[in-house]
Write a protein that binds this ligand. Structure first.
Ligand SMILES: Cc1cc2nc3c(=O)[nH]c(=O)nc-3n(C[C@H](O)[C@H](O)[C@H](O)COP(=O)(O)OP(=O)(O)OC[C@H]3O[C@@H](n4cnc5c(N)ncnc54)[C@H](O)[C@@H]3O)c2cc1C
Length: 325
């Protein structure tokens, strides 16, 4: 086990046999480890995802480390924080990087609190200045960038915003070593019990190339059917702004934004959406945004490459006809 390593910590398995966001965070961590002259290690918690060995070699990982313990299944916060605190005590990493998902929002700050380190959430870039880390992070719902300088010794904790980094093309590399790390979780009592978890099946909004999203401007749940129809006709997926989820028109797997899904489609179509910063945090990375809004002053037009000022309910049937044709 190497001290002072740059460590990427992941769990679960999503796309292509890999944990969510793994390639993006490995891309950033690989650059950082080279600048710091440190080893890059990949720590996986729970059952190992199938694609890890091949990807680790392609991203310059020196060692794939695994903590396997039944108490870590489902990434429960107390056991995960305890496992990571023990790991940090045993290996003294320079920095530990996560892809930011719902679980990370709880785990990263608590880990930092336990080990007495700094934590930066919503990170989008990590540079070095001497021995300090300079972390750029999104703030105020993605409207603003904050620069944090993490000086001093010890482990730093960084959570990287999903879809904020373009993953490097995997390159041929040498096979990393593998290590199984033991931790003692026997005394951990989970204080948060998951009563019911939202089930998401099928394709994920985060991976969609085309997203057609509806907002409060649609006026009623019946009109959201037009969003689904247009999305399907365009070969995309339907999304929504938060008020539609709050109103129960759609489930939370559709919500785009700061407290929803962070997406990066080729085309994002925003219909009846004002363009609040918290919404843009989830779609601002799209290659192109097209907007329909009846208010020419709506903030969404500051972000849109294509814009139509008009009534969504008049335009949607025409668009669906055109897309189907
Ligand atoms: C901590 C926090 C987190 C948040 N997280 C999120 C998040 O993750 N995602 C999110 O979306 N929001 C989030 N919000 C809420 C956010 O601030 C906005 O309130 C929300 O995005 C507004 O949704 P909207 O654009 O659909 O509705 P509105 O702001 O009400 O806008 C509706 C728009 O529709 C237009 N319109 C009305 N009628 C028509 C018509 N017939 N045709 C065309 N256009 C029409 C109006 O001109 C208006 O621009 C968050 C807020 C907070 C405080």
């Amino acid at each position: 086990m190497s001290n002072n390593a740059v460590v990427v910590c992941t769990w679960g398995e999503e796309r292509g046999g890999l944990p969510g966001g793994a390639e993006e965070v490995l891309t950033l961590a690989n650059q950082l480890s080279q600048r710091l002259g440190a080893d890059l290690n990949w720590l996986t918690l729970g059952t190992s995802a199938s694609g890890i060995a091949e990807t680790a070699a392609a991203f310059g990982v020196a060692s794939v480390q695994q903590i396997e313990d039944a108490k870590l299944e489902g990434v429960p916060a107390d056991a995960t924080v305890e496992a990571l605190a023990q790991y940090c005590a045993a290996t003294s990493p320079r920095v530990i990087l996560f892809s930011q998902d719902a679980a990370t929002r709880t785990i990263a700050p608590r880990l930092a609190g336990r080990i007495g380190s700094a934590v930066v959430m919503n990170a989008i870039e990590v540079a070095t200045e001497g021995s300090s880390l300079e972390v750029t992070a999104a703030a105020y719902g993605g409207d603003t960038r904050s620069l944090y300088v993490l000086a001093g010794e010890g482990t730093q904790v960084i959570a990287v915003t999903a879809n904020s980094i373009t993953a490097a093309q995997p390159a041929a590399g040498s096979t990393p070593s593998t290590e199984s790390i033991s931790v003692d979780l026997s005394s951990v009592q989970e204080r948060i019990r998951v009563v019911e978890a939202a089930k998401s099946e099928g394709p994920r909004l985060e991976d969609a190339e085309i997203i057609v999203s509806g907002g409060r401007g649609l006026g009623s749940v019946e009109n959201y059917k037009l969003i689904r129809e247009l999305a399907e006709a365009m070969g995309g997926m339907p999304g929504a702004s938060r008020p539609l989820v709050d109103e129960g028109w759609v489930d939370s797997s559709h919500q785009v934004g700061l407290t929803g899904k962070i997406t990066k489609p080729t085309l994002y179509v925003a219909i009846g959406i004002s363009g609040a910063s918290q919404h843009m945090a989830g779609c601002g990375a799209a290659n192109a945004i097209a907007a329909i809004n009846k208010d020419s002053e709506a903030a969404i037009f500051q972000h849109a490459r294509f814009g139509v000022v008009g009534d969504a309910l008049e335009l949607l049937p025409e668009l669906i006809r055109a897309a189907k044709a």
